[in-house]
Design a protein around this ligand. Structure first.
Ligand SMILES: *[C@@H]1O[C@H](CO)[C@@H](O)[C@H](O)[C@H]1NC(C)=O
Ligand SMILES: *[C@@H]1O[C@H](CO)[C@@H](O)[C@H](O)[C@H]1NC(C)=O
Ligand SMILES: *[C@@H]1O[C@H](CO)[C@@H](O)[C@H](O)[C@H]1NC(C)=O
Length: 349
């Protein structure tokens, strides 16, 4: 079995959460969701029918403790006051932050999976770079995906102008093209505060769960820089994808470990309260698990806000051990059934 490149990679990432290399000042970070702020956090909300643009991003109309309801203030302005108040009264090891988690718009890999059906996609087409007419390796956005991102751009314009929302102070994105491009389309042309321009930081650990499908293999750093010259890279971001491995997959346990590291890294290096993250369906699901948020599946182009309480605790956190990548099975010819329960490619024809 191939040793997980993630195991090697984790050692290279600067130790987050203030854990010194010598072992003293050990601490770890714990995340909890502040309940009652957004509908997405309510078990009664059905993610499959929820429309975030039609519902003010899910923000619940309510009063907050110690926040006066001024006549012309919006719910978002009152939330901003509440978060300020929470942070002002927080203990030294606590802080509150509002994360905006956005999924990329439809990519060519999404369209291909719908076209071929999940078994044929997973077991035959997905590990290829594309077919005669379409490339889905590090997939770009389809026209549908571009429209989805532009719809979210319009929504942000509305939120900033009419709802007077606090826009993100910092931006992070997955290194996969569909996220780089979704972030660009979503946040370009907005009236942003001068001190917080849209200059995202590309973070390796925001990528999608790594499978042997080529949509999970990123392009080189120079390719990304050529297409998104204004974006910054996190420290140590290598030229070539260090993690994607033919015919092997990252386990979801490993994915949660790196999602936790990603959050620890952000919260130890960034003082911002309002933080935007552009990533993937599987990666956002993993971030939500680490944050202790209920599962909330996003369709392509959708986003959700999460108010997070970040607590730094003394001592080492629970031990985590990364696993080796799991072998990824394929079929010699495309399975003809479309039943998505054929996850393990037991349906080869
Ligand atoms: C969501 O609501 C908006 C109105 O805010 C509407 O234009 C859009 O079509 C709705 N989306 C879906 C998928 O129903
Ligand atoms: C290649 O795949 C796409 C699905 O994304 C499909 O629309 C197209 O027809 C396929 N091309 C050929 C030549 O089969
Ligand atoms: C850490 O967070 C989880 C929820 O994500 C919570 O259940 C748990 O009580 C927290 N642990 C501590 C020590 O605060």
């Amino acid at each position: 079995m191939v040793p997980s490149p993630l195991v090697l990679g984790l050692a290279a990432i600067a130790s987050a959460a203030g854990v010194s290399a010598h072992g003293y000042h050990k601490s770890h970070i714990n995340y909890t969701v502040v309940p009652g702020i957004f509908l997405q956090d309510d078990p009664a909300t059905d993610p499959s029918t929820f429309n975030f643009t039609a519902s003010n991003f899910g923000l619940i109309d309510r009063d907050y403790p110690h926040v006066k309801k001024q006549r012309h203030s919006t719910q978002w302005e009152r939330l901003a006051k509440y978060i300020k108040e929470l942070n002002a009264k927080a203990k030294r090891n606590e802080r509150y932050s509002l994360l905006f988690l956005g999924r990329h718009g439809e990519g060519f890999h999404n369209a291909a999976e719908s076209y071929f059906g999940t078994p044929a996609w997973n077991c035959y087409w997905g590990p290829m770079d594309g077919n005669e007419t379409v490339t889905w390796a590090d997939a770009h956005l389809t026209d549908v995906g571009i429209d989805q991102a532009l719809t979210v751009n319009k929504f942000w314009k509305h939120l900033i102008k009419d709802e007077r929302i606090m826009p993100p102070e910092t931006y992070y994105t997955s290194p996969l093209y569909r996220c780089l491009d979704t972030a660009r389309l979503t946040f370009s042309g907005l009236k942003l505060p001068r001190k917080n321009p849209f200059i995202p930081i590309v973070k390796e650990y925001l990528r999608e769960g790594i499978s042997a499908r080529t949509c999970d293999r990123r392009s080189s750093r120079s390719y990304i820089h050529r297409h998104f010259p204004k974006y910054k890279f996190e420290k140590g971001f290598p030229e070539h994808d260090p993690f994607w491995t033919p015919l092997h997959s990252e386990t979801s346990k490993d994915q949660d470990i790196r999602s936790k590291k990603l959050l620890d890294d952000v919260f130890t290096s960034d003082d911002s309260t309002y933080i935007s993250i552009t990533a993937h369906s599987g990666e956002i699901a993993s971030l939500l698990r680490v944050l202790g948020h209920q599962p909330f599946r996003l369709s392509t182009g959708a986003a959700l806000p999460v108010l997070v309480k970040v607590t730094t605790l003394q001592g080492e956190g629970p031990a985590t051990t990364t696993e080796p990548y799991a072998p990824y099975k394929t079929c010699a010819t495309a399975p003809t059934i479309r039943d998505p329960s054929c996850n393990d490619c037991s349906c080869c024809t």
